[in-house]
Design a protein around this ligand. Structure first.
Ligand SMILES: [Zn+2]
Length: 249
């Protein structure tokens, strides 16, 4: 009796707790209500970026090289070395002004004028700049091509000897603008036409620049200060034509 009487009041709460516990456990183990798989978030609308046009490419050609030394400006001062050193400075100055600049040669290598024209034409540059140096005269000279009497270009076929013909008006126009810009710096400059190879064989607008000492001393051509000064003057003038070089006008 004692056991029976005690069994009710104690056993009932235990049974209730047991049932509640079983429900909790069952609830925890119950499979989750199946839900629809989440659809992947739709990608945000992307507006294709408007890229600026690529910077014009300037092909710089240090004349001479290898066994062809060019003018012997002094026993230890060869034109081929001055043109290469100046071309490297000009390349850096043009890149610093946002243009692309490539060197036709970046070592003491000999290239024929035909090879130079072929490389220039394959590069599709906006402007070809051939670099010479001389002990004669003063300052800077800018040349454009002097083509033989008549052009033999027909349709898509372009004569190698007069490949420059279609770009010559533009070459002269750029030459004129460069000369005007450099005159404003009061640096001595002249503008000429001459039969300088390989200008005739280059399809793109093409000029040759010839640097001479300003002091009358030919040794000035080999100095870093003088080369850097001319390079900066020329690079500023070329960078000022960027709009024209980009548009091809
Ligand atoms: Zn030369």
């Amino acid at each position: 009796m004692l056991l029976t009487r005690c069994a009710w009041p104690v056993g009932l709460p235990v049974a209730i707790i047991l049932i509640m516990w079983l429900r909790v456990v069952a609830g925890a183990q119950a499979p989750a209500t199946p839900t629809q798989p989440a659809s992947p978030p739709s990608p945000p609308a992307v507006q294709s970026p408007v890229l600026p046009p690529p910077a014009p490419v300037i092909m710089i050609d240090p004349a001479h090289g290898g066994t062809e030394s060019g003018a012997v400006l002094a026993p230890d001062n060869l034109e081929k070395d001055v043109t290469l050193a100046f071309a490297r400075r000009l390349q850096q100055d043009l890149i610093a002004r946002g243009l692309q600049a490539r060197l036709m040669r970046d070592s003491d290598t000999m290239l024929s004028t035909d090879q130079r024209a072929s490389i220039a034409n394959a590069t599709r540059s906006s402007l070809y700049v051939c670099v010479h140096a001389t002990s004669q005269g003063t300052g800077l000279r800018i040349y454009t091509a002097m083509l033989p009497g008549s052009s033999d270009n027909r349709g898509a076929f372009v004569s190698w000897q007069t490949a420059q013909a279609s770009s010559l008006p533009r070459s002269r126009s750029l030459q004129e603008q460069l000369t005007t810009a450099i005159q404003k710096t009061r640096f001595p400059i002249r503008s000429l036409a001459a039969p300088i190879r390989p200008l005739n064989n280059v399809l793109a607008p093409a000029i040759a620049v010839e640097i001479a000492p300003a002091s009358g001393k030919v040794s000035q051509l080999a100095t870093a200060d003088y080369q850097q000064m001319i390079s900066a003057v020329l690079a500023n003038a070329i960078a000022g034509l960027r709009g024209r070089l980009e548009s091809g006008q």
